[in-house]
Design a protein around this ligand. Sequence first.
Ligand code: UDP
Length: 485
Amino acid sequence: MDSKPPKLHIYFFPMMAYGHMIPIVDMARLFAGCGVRTTIILTPLNAAHLSKTIERDKELGLDMSIQLISFPSDEVGLPEGCENLSSITSPEMASKVYKATELLQQAFEKLLEEECPDCLVADVFFPWATEVASKFGIPRLVFHGTSAYALCIYHVMHRQQPYKNVESDSDFFTVPDLPDTIKLTRRQLPDHIRDGTENVLTRLIERVMEAEAASYGVVVNSFRELEPAYAEHYKKVIGRKVWHIGPVSLSNRDNEDKARRGNKTSIDEHECLNWLASKKPNSVLYVCFGSLSNFSSAQLLEIAMGLEASGQQFIWVVRKGKTKEEEEKEEWLPEAFEQRLEGKGLIIRGWAPQLLILNHEAVGGFMTHCGWNSMLEGVTEGVPMIAWPLFAEQFYNEKLVTDILRVGVAVGAQEWCRWPEDTKIYVMKEDLEKAVTQLMDGEEAEEIRSRAKALSAMAKKAVKKGGSSYSDVSDLLEELKLNRN
Ligand code: UDP
């Protein structure tokens, strides 16, 4: 009797950060939809946030499950309940989270001893996963959570250090040997590059580079048509096996999926949709800076004043303050701001149903920190963007939006900063107002919008049968089936 081979089984192990866990859950859903058995490794608190989504997937017949791994907060001196980069409030805490991720190796090996999948998709933050996978004889795919475009820049910066060729932090240098001319200043680079210091993160980056080279390949949440030259460059020049399988956010089927994505939303989804339904198409600016950003009260106040001065309708997502006291004081709001702007401006304190909002026809602009997921979600939904990069690779992404794809404008942020100074204002209200007016009403607004719509159509085509991402997913799964033990 012919017996069918068992399903391909893939483990997904994301970094404890929403910008990594959200696309990994989407990716697992995508693969499960192709008949793969998927298991997502999560720490207990993160699992509590994501389990509803995964439960729904299961109810709808997908083979998805969660495998818990405990997070060693205690061992590294993090407070109990701190299992996610979004709950850290200082650089010292960030270092402790990175240390904790190193300690996960043993517990993870134990999981593999109990049940070994056919493949491991592990986050870039776990360089040790390559060695573990090889010990168990399975391929390890790296998930970086960013584009091939940014990965190419990372590689050039790491190997050639072009920022050493300029005299001051504000002089522009060109990132060499890339398909486009990308100009940056040292101020737009991470602190450790600027001051050349070594720390937990720089040591991690070294290990990440080595582990990536030794891994089976890389899965990228992007689509080839978005960055054809970089998809080629990453493969041919950097020499990685790479599969473009996104945008994975398109694996969310309906409003319920979109509203449940990630954290629990701080606004009722129906209230949010009703508010948007009362607005004309393309008339609302959505302002959100991801899951990790920190702004001082002074900077938030400046944003509030800039938004009001622009005269545009907006939804503004403000991550809660660091302490309860700061939250309650709300020094960052001008007097009677919300009363004055009732019906015109909606503030969401906490977590917004971002996909649901970007997907709404009333939304005509997105002010974003250029986190890769947010940017790709903006592209996928065809929403023109205002780029306000803060840290990580966001200054690279800004150039992609404004200069290469030309689907947005820059607000004019100049300085990479993960932990902003209390009283410093990084972007002035006048600059914010100017960028908002330029994007929502300016002369080039229509051209930007039509380019954004064209990219959105390409994104949606890429994931359909016969599309580039659809083919990459099929090719990858075929290869994994052929290679399995
Ligand atoms: N997100 C959301 N609601 C929020 C803030 C963020 O749904 O209020 C989602 C957003 O859609 C994206 C992810 O969280 O999928 C953030 O990832 P990104 O790479 O944009 O930024 P990061 O948070 O990693 O800086």
